[in-house]
Unconditional design. Structure first.
Length: 250
């Protein structure tokens, strides 16, 4: 397919770039919004991990001084204990958020995510120790022995699972490119990716300016490949073409 500039009839107002620009911006913004909403993956995973660790720590702490099923059940389901459990879970999540545990960097890079989770958990443990020293709840002693190690382990497992789930949506964090150029330049671009799947997630279309050399083009996977005449391509044509390929960069 060869793209040419469309002619404008006399008396017809010229087509502006605004509609295509808005479409490109809207596509990019919608992808970013979808990625932002997926933060709940990590919040939900951390909530399950922290709740599990808190329940385990609570049950083990009760069992150490009253190894009886009836006593454990009565104490665990008491209103006071359930309220304390809820406060511990919510406060731990808040400390993770305070330590940037749900930032873009923490969700994208596993090492930064682990560091922020550990930092937030240590802040939580320090605050819990201060509360324990000023009250008679004896929370920190039991929690430091059971809850904190189990919680950190479960949080790491939760983060690993959430990262694997969100990998399929990594394209939302990237720009979608329309590649325009000669075959040798497009080949150099394709070689910069490790595999075809990576090229699919970034390059949404390829336009060759030298279609006579198309047989030398490397395998681009499922990326559509067309040809274009650069001599007749205007700025508006660039914008409209990028919008037609659902791209936000050329």
């Amino acid at each position: 397919m060869v793209l040419h500039t469309s002619t404008v009839a006399a008396g017809t107002p010229p087509v502006t770039a605004e509609p295509s620009s808005r479409r490109i911006s809207r596509n990019r913004d919608s992808r970013q919004v979808r990625h932002t909403k997926r933060t709940w993956f990590y919040v939900a995973g951390d909530f399950v991990a922290i709740l599990t660790a808190t329940v385990i720590a609570d049950l083990l702490s009760i069992y150490t001084w009253a190894p009886s099923v009836g006593v454990i059940a009565d104490h665990f389901f008491s209103e006071r204990n359930l309220l304390l459990t809820a406060c511990v879970v919510v406060f731990w999540l808040a400390m993770l958020a305070l330590a940037h545990g749900y930032s873009h960097q923490a969700r994208t890079f596993p090492r930064i995510g682990r560091e922020n989770v550990i930092k937030g958990s240590l802040i939580f443990a320090a605050v819990l120790a201060m509360v324990d020293a000023l009250s008679s709840y004896s929370l920190f002693r039991h929690f430091a022995l059971f809850g904190l190690p189990v919680g950190l382990f479960l949080l790491m497992v939760s983060r690993m699972i959430c990262l694997r789930i969100s990998i399929r949506y990594q394209a939302d964090l990237q720009h979608s490119f329309l590649a325009i150029g000669q075959v040798r330049d497009i080949n150099r671009l394709l070689r910069s990716f490790h595999d075809t799947q990576a090229a699919d997630s970034l390059i949404h279309g390829i336009l060759l300016t030298d279609p006579e050399n198309r047989e030398h083009l490397l395998d681009a996977g499922t990326v559509p490949v067309d040809s274009v005449c650069m001599d007749v391509l205007t700025t508006e044509d660039f914008i409209q073409t990028a919008a037609s390929y659902d791209c936000d960069a050329v």
